[in-house]
Design a protein around this ligand. Structure first.
Ligand code: 2BA
Length: 106
C-alpha cells in the first residue's frame, strides 16, 4: 500500500477531491500553507493500494493546473531593493508517494 501526499492549489482542491471520490478514492484534506509564497494551499492524504496509485496521479494531472502567481519578495540584503515582484509558476500538484506498512480502521 502507498500513502500519497499531494499539495494542490486551493483553486483546484474542489475539482480534485470530487474527481478522486468519483474514482472511488478516499481523501483527507488538510488546510496548509506554502513555505515560499505563504499562501494557503491544500494537502490531500490518500491511502491506496499499489495498483491504484497511477489512477490517483492521472486524476491529479487532469484536475490540477499550473498557474503563474506574482509575489513580492522582501529581502533584508542591504545592497538590494527592499522588495521585488517576481513571477512564480505554481503547480499542478506536488506529490509524494510513500510506502505504507499498514492502514487500520479502528
Ligand atoms: P510554496 O512553498 O508556497 O511554493 C510555491 C511555488 O513557489 C512553488 O511551486 C515553486 O514554483 C516556487 N518556489 C518554491 N520555493 C522556491 C524557492 N526557494 N525559490 C524559487 N521559487 C520557489 P510548486 O513547486 O508547484 O510548489 C507548490 C507548493 O507545494 C509549495 O508552496 C509547497 O507548499 C509544496 N511543496 C513543493 N515542493 C515541496 C517539497 N519539496 N517539500 C514539501 N512541500 C513542497
Amino acid at each position: 500500500m502507498k500513502l500519497i501526499i499531494a499539495v494542490v492549489q486551493d483553486e483546484d482542491n474542489e475539482a480534485a477531491v470530487h474527481a478522486l471520490n468519483e474514482h472511488g478514492h478516499r481523501v483527507t484534506r488538510l488546510a496548509t500553507t506554502g513555505g515560499f509564497l505563504r499562501r494557503g494551499n491544500t494537502t490531500l492524504l490518500m491511502g491506496v493500494d499499489d495498483d491504484k496509485v497511477e489512477d490517483v496521479l492521472t486524476v491529479l494531472r487532469h484536475t490540477c493546473r499550473r498557474r503563474s502567481v506574482f509575489t513580492t519578495l522582501v529581502t533584508e540584503t542591504p545592497t538590494m531593493l527592499p522588495s521585488s515582484v517576481v513571477e512564480v509558476e505554481v503547480g499542478g500538484a506536488t506529490v509524494f508517494v510513500l510506502n505504507m506498512a499498514d492502514m487500520l480502521h479502528i
